[in-house]
Write a protein that binds this ligand. Structure first.
Ligand SMILES: *Cc1c(COP(=O)(O)O)cnc(C)c1O
Length: 350
C-alpha cells in the first residue's frame, strides 16, 4: 500500500519521531517502458512519469518534506515563488497541514491548471509584474525578514524529498540506469536525483552511477550559455528560468557523472511533447518533454551510443497542467450536423 515517501524512505531522510509527517501519499510513480523511444535509440528507455503525484508533478516529493519540517519548526505560513507547480504543491500540502501559503507568480506566465490548483487550495496568490527570478528575489527577502518559511528549492528539505525519485528507480530495476535525462529549470531536481544516486551508491545498494544529462530550453539556457538570461522565453513555462538557484550543483552533477547540461529548442520540446502523446500514450506538460527532446538530440548527435543502454527520462508533470497549450497545438475539432450520413462521409466510411 502507498504510504508516502517519508515513511517509505525514512532512514534516508532528515526526519525523527518528532516530525509531523504531512503526506498525500506522494511518490511511487510508474516507470513506463518507452516503446517507440526504445526502438528509436536501440536502448531500453524507461519513462518515470511524475504526473501521477498528488498535485500532478514531482514537486510533491520535495514539498511533503519541506512542509513537514516547516510544521516541526512551528511555522504558521510558507511562501514560494513559482512558475506554477511549486505553488500548486505548496498550496496543497499547506492546506493539508492547516497552515497558510503565499505564492508569488510571474503575471500572465503561469499555466491555467496550476493556477487553478493554488486557488482552490486556498493559497494567497499574488501576480508579480516581472518574471520568476524577480518573484524569487522578493520571496527570499520577505522570508528573511518575517517568520514565514521559504519552500522554494533553495530549501534543503525539498532536495531531500526529491532525491527519493532515484531510490524508486534503483529499487525497481535493482540497479542504476546508464543514462538519466531530465529537464532543468532551477536545477533542484537534477541536484536531488544526483544526490539520491550517490547515497544509494555509498550505501552499497547500487554499484554504478548514471550519466546525468540535464536539458534547458534554448531561450532559457543560462547554464549552457554560461551567463544569466535576463528575459527567459520558452513554451516550457516550468523551466522558464534565467538564473537557476541550483546552478553550481547542476554543473557538479553533470561533471561528476560524466554527463552534461545541454539545451533543446522549443520546436524540439514540442515535437517530443507530441511524440509522447501520440506514440507512447503519455500526456505531459511541455517542460516535461525536454528530457525526451534531449534524449532524441543526444541520440542524433551520438548514433549508436545508446544501444543496449538503460536510459531513464524523467517526465516531470502531467499535461493537464497546461490544457491551453494542448488545444493550441492541435487542430480544432470538426463540427458536423447530427446526421449519420455526413458523419460516415467525414470518417471515410463510405
Ligand atoms: C519545476 C519543474 C521543472 C524544473 O525542475 P527544477 O528542479 O526547477 O530544475 C521541470 N518540469 C516541471 C513540470 C516542473 O514543475
Amino acid at each position: 500500500m502507498k504510504k508516502g515517501l517519508i515513511e517509505k524512505y525514512r532512514k534516508f531522510l532528515p526526519v525523527s519521531d518528532k516530525t509531523p509527517v504531512i503526506t498525500l501519499n506522494e511518490g511511487d510513480t510508474p516507470l513506463i517502458k518507452g516503446k517507440v523511444l526504445s526502438e528509436l535509440t536501440g536502448g531500453k528507455v524507461l519513462l518515470k512519469f511524475e504526473g501521477t503525484n498528488p498535485t500532478g508533478s514531482f514537486k510533491d516529493r520535495g514539498m511533503c518534506m519541506a512542509i513537514s519540517k516547516a510544521l516541526e519548526k512551528g511555522a504558521e505560513a510558507v511562501m514560494c515563488a513559482s512558475t506554477g507547480n511549486t505553488s500548486a504543491s505548496a498550496a496543497a500540502y499547506a492546506a493539508r497541514a492547516g497552515i497558510k501559503s503565499i505564492v508569488l507568480i510571474p503575471e500572465g506566465k503561469i499555466a491555467r491548471g496550476k493556477l487553478s490548483q493554488a486557488l482552490i487550495h486556498g493559497a494567497q496568490v499574488i501576480a508579480i509584474q516581472g518574471n520568476f527570478d524577480d518573484a524569487l528575489r522578493m520571496v527570499v527577502e520577505i522570508t528573511s525578514r518575517y517568520p514565514i518559511q521559504l519552500v522554494n528549492s533553495i530549501n534543503p528539505y525539498r532536495i531531500e524529498g526529491q532525491k527519493t525519485g532515484s531510490f524508486e528507480i534503483c529499487d525497481e530495476m535493482g540497479k542504476a540506469p546508464d543514462y538519466h535525462f531530465i529537464p532543468v529549470g532551477n536545477a533542484g531536481n537534477i541536484t536531488a536525483y544526483w544526490k539520491g544516486y550517490k547515497e544509494y551508491y555509498s550505501a552499497g545498494i547500487i554499484s554504478s552511477l548514471p550519466r546525468m544529462r540535464g536539458y534547458q530550453a534554448e531561450g532559457a539556457a543560462p547554464i549552457v550559455r554560461g551567463k544569466v538570461v535576463p528575459n527567459p522565453e520558452t513554451v516550457a513555462t516550468a523551466i522558464r528560468i534565467g538564473n537557476p538557484a541550483r546552478w553550481k550543483e547542476a554543473e557538479t552533477a553533470a561533471r561528476e557523472s560524466g554527463g552534461k547540461i545541454d539545451m533543446v529548442s522549443d520546436q524540439e520540446i514540442l515535437s517530443a511533447y507530441h511524440l509522447l502523446g501520440k506514440e507512447e500514450g503519455i500526456f505531459v506538460e511541455p517542460a516535461s518533454a525536454a528530457s525526451v527532446a534531449g534524449l532524441l538530440k543526444f541520440n542524433r548527435e551520438n548514433p549508436g551510443v545508446l544501444k543496449d543502454k538503460i536510459i531513464v527520462c524523467i517526465l516531470t508533470g502531467t499535461g493537464l497542467k497546461d490544457p491551453d497549450r494542448a488545444v493550441k497545438e492541435s487542430p480544432v475539432p470538426e463540427s458536423v450536423p447530427p446526421t449519420l450520413k455526413i458523419l460516415e462521409e467525414k470518417l471515410g466510411l463510405k
